[in-house]
Design a protein around this ligand. Structure first.
Ligand code: T4K
Length: 370
């Protein structure tokens, strides 16, 4: 049995060696420059452009504000097609921009937007599609591009989970008009809190730069109703350090994922994700979907059983965002039956670079104990 005194959470933040970070931030004491697009901020932007192989990057204090502001920068109107199988942030960003989310179902294979259902949802009010690379599963970017071109729609990806991923050799941040990455403490790559937008059009970059600093264009000109969403120097320095260790981080995560796959593949009633040909994964999440009829236990029973053993898996992403009561409108949840099915059955299992393989074994033993 798992040692009850040692809780295992769904994830655990990666940190660089303490001395490395302390050495990195020493120079901040010489300059006393703490924020507002400082030296580390600019260095990290450059390093991420290279790492992610994208043309432009704009950094933010967190991923949510990055998403909210890129929607504002695009001057969208009316309706935005998106999915409800996601973190609250995705739909909140639409609603907080006074846009209407139109919920498209997800596909049962990888829980990303079902591209066969997008066109039916397009109306003369649709201005954009906001698909989510949920768990780092890359959406059908080619079909989304085709649809967006046909109907002249913007595409903004919620790539919060997809940092550093590639499809057919191309960076995930290359697709669409913009992609938002989250650098939250719980992500594969963290800047404590943080986020970024990768974008193609340089005009968007100018807008983002202004909007994240209250819309201030110059000392005497405020051009937009922006807010404060700037990444500070301590965040950026953490990013610079963490980036040096990322290859090792992802490779350790892969080992953990392989261990899970080894134990759970082929178990009747448990669906797990496998590598997809042509995709370079970051191994950010490990979702398992429990089919009660075939497996014999519900997702909630497994969740409780793990919790009794001090293991805290999470029900990401339950409840669906189209069931939230906080929005000005209520949505028909019957329009997204696949998302509803998955949200009731999914559990994301603990995954982080330093998770002991013995603990993975114990987690699997508890799941499979019957
Ligand atoms: N879009 C999508 C699709 C997203 O998933 C997210 C964020 C966003 C947009 C918005 O990006 P950000 O604005 O957050 O950059 C967590 C994260 O806070 C959130 O970033 C993430 N998605 C979401 C899926 O998960 P919670 O409320 O479940 O986190 P919490 O505090 O329960 O932490 C989970 C576990 O992580 C803890 O049990 C232990 C570990 N942990 C947590 C923290 C805060 C650490 O090891 N270190 C830490 O500092 O939302």
């Amino acid at each position: 049995m798992v040692n009850k005194s040692k809780p295992i959470y769904v994830t655990r933040s990666s940190l660089p060696p303490f001395e490395e970070y302390i050495n990195e931030i020493k120079s901040i004491w010489d300059t006393a420059w703490l924020t507002n697009m400082g030296k580390y901020h600019n260095q990290l932007e450059q390093e991420l452009i290279e790492y992610l192989e994208v043309d432009n990057i704009s950094l933010f204090t967190n991923g949510h504000l990055a998403l909210e502001l890129v929607l504002q920068a695009m001057n969208l109107t009316g309706e935005v097609i998106t999915t409800p199988f996601t973190f609250a942030s995705t739909t909140h960003a639409i609603v907080r921009n006074r846009l209407t989310p139109v919920f498209c179902d997800v596909n049962p294979s990888d829980y990303t937007i079902d591209v066969t259902k997008i066109e039916n949802l397009i109306t003369d009010k649709t201005s954009a599609i906001l698909p989510v690379h949920v768990y780092g599963n890359i959406c059908n970017v080619y079909e989304i591009e085709r649809i967006a071109k046909k109907y002249d729609l913007k595409v903004i990806y919620d790539a919060a989970h997809a940092f550093g991923e590639k499809i057919n050799g191309q960076s995930v941040g290359y697709f669409g008009d913009a992609s938002m990455f989250s650098f939250h403490a719980t992500k594969v790559f963290n800047t404590l809190e943080g986020g970024a937008v990768a974008f193609a059009d340089e005009n968007i970059g100018e807008q983002l730069y202004t909007l994240k600093n209250f819309g201030i264009k110059s000392e005497v000109l405020v051009e937009g109703v922006g807010l404060n969403a700037k990444m500070n120097e301590f965040q950026a320095a953490m990013g610079i350090c963490n980036l040096r260790h990322l290859t090792e981080e992802i490779s350790k995560r892969k080992t953990v994922v392989e261990k899970y796959r080894n134990r759970l593949s082929g178990v009747n009633g448990i669906k797990i994700m496998h590598d997809v040909e042509g995709v370079q994964s970051n191994y950010s999440y490990f979702p398992a979907v429990f089919d009660e009829l075939a497996f014999g236990f519900t997702r909630n029973e497994i969740y409780d059983r793990l919790k009794q053993n001090n293991i805290f898996a999470r029900k990401y992403f339950y409840p669906l965002t189209n069931t939230f009561h906080c929005y000005p409108e209520q949505y028909d949840v019957n329009n997204t039956p696949v998302a509803r099915h998955v949200a009731k059955r999914v559990l994301t299992l603990p995954l982080y670079a330093d998770l002991d393989l013995e603990d993975v074994d114990k987690i699997c033993d508890i799941i499979l104990e019957g």
